[in-house]
Design a protein around this ligand. Structure first.
Ligand code: ADP
Ligand code: ADP
Length: 226
């Protein structure tokens, strides 16, 4: 179970930019919610606040019934996949995937089992001993997703995960991430500026503009309007 609730969430950066203005959203357990909108509208900032990577200026963030505004990122039951993959270049694929579990003091055999299971799901078992620089863009993104999967979080966050991939791979990875959502039965929150991605992947779409939520609805509701 993981419901994520934003109540009047506001972010004002040092210097005064109001990036998010009183956002109210309920993301239900196991829902796939996509945030869309033009560059600079506040999508990333919203996601980063949910991850705990950015302080919340005002408002309340809850995971299930727990207020988490002041809970550090590593203590939130959340894993995030970044646009630039954010892999450690000096570590192998295996170690990149294992790292988040190591710092949380998981036993070695549990780590090994989880890494191999995730590698199997993502079809990267052959790549475990490679370093990131010896991988293609699509393979790197799979590793980044793998690093999130091994944690078995209740909530996955994706920040424009496919925007560095070519068009063909993007279509393929969309389907793979949707497949993962069905398989893992987790809550997924996904940020993109690509309306097609939103349309094809989302249960619910949140449209943002200039820090404000303009609309929330299902793909059909939002895009079949006359
Ligand atoms: P999006 O993800 O939709 O492109 P962002 O959340 O990155 O939008 O940015 C929203 C607004 O906040 C923009 O005006 C951006 O310039 C500003 N912003 C983002 N990060 C920072 C920061 N660290 N410091 C100051 N302003 C920021
Ligand atoms: P995105 O569009 O995916 O948010 P950006 O290239 O806008 O990516 O931002 C990259 C990083 O720079 C993010 O960590 C964001 O918070 C930060 N950033 C964005 N805009 C500003 C800004 N105006 N001032 C300082 N940092 C910013």
């Amino acid at each position: 179970m993981a419901t994520v609730t934003l109540t009047d969430i506001t972010k004002i950066y040092d210097g005064g930019v109001k990036a998010v203005d009183k956002a109210n959203i309920i993301i239900n357990d196991r829902e796939f919610v996509v945030f869309v909108g033009p560059s600079g509208c506040g999508k990333s900032t919203t996601l980063r606040m949910i991850a705990g990577l950015e302080d919340i200026t005002e408002g309340e963030l809850r995971i299930d019934d727990k207020l988490v505004n002041d809970v550090p990122p590593k203590d939130r039951d959340i894993a995030m996949v970044f646009q630039n993959y954010a892999l450690y270049p000096h570590m192998t694929v295996y170690d990149n995937m294992a790292f988040g579990l190591k710092i949380r003091k998981f036993p070695k055999d549990e780590i090994d089992q989880r890494v191999r299971e995730a590698a199997k799901i993502l079809d990267i078992e052959e790549l475990l001993e490679r370093k990131p620089k010896a991988l293609s863009g699509g393979q790197r993104q799979r590793v980044a997703v793998g690093r999130a999967i091994v944690r078995k979080p209740k909530v996955f966050l994706f920040d424009e995960p496919l925007s560095n991939l070519d068009a063909k791979l993007r279509v393929q990875m969309r389907a793979e991430i949707s497949g993962l959502h069905n398989r893992l039965k987790a809550t997924m929150i996904y940020v993109t500026h690509d309306q097609v991605e939103a349309l094809t992947m989302a249960d619910k779409i949140v449209v943002m503009k200039l820090g404000l939520i303009q609309q929330i609805g299902g793909p059909l509701e939002l895009y079949n309007e006359p």
